[in-house]
Design a protein around this ligand. Structure first.
Ligand code: SF4
Length: 503
């Protein structure tokens, strides 16, 4: 009999060695064979006290609006959506409000939002403009296209931040979207020229650029050469799925396996040696078999990291409407979604990927130190662009720009108008109270493990005193606590978003 994993006294893992813990479960049951990944994952799920998780509010329904993290971007390279965590109020701060507390200029991460995409995915919760829609945006008096106007506006917005801070020292740059690779080679060069004119980049700074295979159908070599020339050293490629039916359902049927393989090969040919690939699970029509096939194909390419996102069905998206009309099109049950998560955890661990935070799998720490630091220690994150968001953990400012998917065209026009008039583009934000700052930090850091000493130094109290609910999560087997850290267990990792929301 396999012991109940989530009964508090059962098998527990943590974010740093989940793979080994998972394999320990397998080893107790049967030898590792990749051929029966689905059966093995179901067996692990069967050993989890699912009723307890439901009772404790640790599994979510499908029609949820999630609190904790958003897909890529930034995914960010997986940027945390601390704006939502922080329940931002209606009053907008100004750039001067935010910058006045910084004595030595800005030091941190810069996120740049490029809102142009080939087509709009049906699940898209971001501010994005499809290629086919660009001509609906008027040219300005100088006859400049919406792209050109937007790239110039980015430079003006960044210039305002530089004036307020005095200097912008960048440790990590993330160009996300949208689909940054929908920019042409010349536009990429112009963008980086503007960024380098305003910012000082630390030596060895990680510079990530998001790409989608479909946007590289034309001009791939020129674009990749431009990225290399501009100093990009990390690529994040959105694949989502290789299955034709699934891609059609999310309006990405112009992508697919063959194209992704050819783009991946070209990236290697240009010398990119730090590539992340994004997959999504929970898409319409995506069965366990399809997800297994996606996982194996992506891993077969040998990227340095793989991010697997749980599909979020968000308000005001096409998917939310579809889900309301035809919920049967989506992988229905929580058990199915959790099985997919276990499949990713187990399979990628077998291949030598480490897992931390919860949805991110990476090989070797060397190339991923910057990503880890950001998750564990927190970081200043300044976002520019129509719907970028920012978190200043040192001062406690959390804010976002004006973008809204309810009115993508309107917010784009407003963004350009405002920055051209020398006004900032902040749409919402506020200074968080100390307690809220702790919450926001803990909700993100729990996904990689909260260092108790770091927490004490930053917030002046022990994390266990700040969050007495951790004791209950420990009893349930969701976290494990020792003198050094608070970390998610194997089961805690499966319900990481829900566990984080308890803090
Ligand atoms: S690529 Fe991303 S930003 Fe663009 S439409 Fe799809 S989900 Fe939205």
């Amino acid at each position: 009999m396999v012991e109940k994993i989530a009964n508090g006294g059962g098998l527990q893992g943590n974010a740093a060695n989940l793979g080994r813990q998972g394999n320990a479960v397998f080893n107790a049951m049967q030898p590792l064979e990749t051929g029966n990944l689905i059966a093995r994952s179901k067996k692990i799920l069967g050993s989890i006290d699912f009723e307890m998780l439901s009772r404790e509010g640790l599994v979510r329904g499908r029609d949820y609006r999630l609190l904790c993290s958003r897909p890529t971007q930034a995914e960010t390279g997986g940027e945390p959506n601390t704006m939502q965590e922080a329940s931002i109020g209606p009053k907008s701060p100004t750039i001067a409000d935010i910058a006045q507390s910084a004595k030595d200029g800005y030091n941190g991460v810069l996120y740049v939002h490029i809102p142009f995409c080939e087509t709009i995915c049906t699940f898209c919760p971001y501010d994005a403009i499809s290629k086919g829609d660009e001509h609906n945006y008027s040219k300005n008096n100088s006859g400049e296209s919406i792209r050109r106007q937007y790239l110039k506006a980015l430079g003006k917005e960044l210039g305002m931040w530089k004036s307020a801070y005095g200097s912008l020292n960048i440790r990590q740059l993330y160009i996300g979207g949208g689909t940054p690779s929908s920019l042409g080679a010349d536009e990429i060069r112009r963008l980086f020229g503007m960024l380098r004119a305003h910012c000082e980049f630390e030596e060895g700074a990680e510079i990530t650029f998001e790409i989608s295979p479909a946007s590289l159908r034309k001009g791939m070599d020129e674009k990749l050469a431009a990225l290399k020339e501009c100093g990009v050293n990390r690529i994040s490629m959105g694949v989502q799925s290789f299955d034709k039916g699934v891609l059609k359902a999310i309006a990405r049927s112009n992508s697919g396996e063959e194209l992704a393989r050819s783009v991946f090969g070209a990236l290697r040919g240009f010398g990119f040696d730090n590539i992340n690939i994004d997959l999504i699970y929970g898409l319409p029509g995506q069965t366990l078999e399809i997800f297994e096939s996606d996982l194996k194909k992506v891993a077969g390419l040998g990227p340095e990291s793989i991010t697997t996102y749980h599909l979020r069905i968000e308000e005001d998206t096409e998917f939310m409407e579809l889900y309301k009309r035809q919920p049967e099109l989506f992988p229905q049950s929580n058990p199915t979604m959790l099985t997919m998560k276990i499949m990713a955890t187990e399979y990628l661990a077998e291949l030598g990927y480490s897992q931390s935070p919860t949805d991110w799998f990476y090989k070797g720490l060397g190339k991923h130190v910057a990503q880890h630091e950001k998750w564990q220690n927190g970081s200043e994150l300044l976002g520019i662009g129509v719907s970028a968001y920012s978190t200043m953990e040192k001062s406690g400012w959390y804010f976002g720009n004006i973008g809204s998917i309810k009115d993508r065209a309107g917010s784009m026009r407003e963004y350009i108008t405002r920055v051209n008039e020398g006004r900032d583009a902040i749409g919402q934000g506020r200074l968080l109270a100390k307690e809220e700052q702790m919450e926001s930090y803990a909700r993100r850091a729990i996904k990689t493990g909260i260092c108790r000493q770091f927490f004490r130094e930053r917030y002046g109290k022990d994390v266990l005193d700040a969050f007495p609910q951790i004791a209950h999560l420990e009893e349930l087997g969701i976290v494990e606590v020792d003198g050094e850290s608070v970390r998610l267990t194997y089961v805690g990792n499966l319900v990481a978003e829900e566990a984080a929301a308890k803090l």
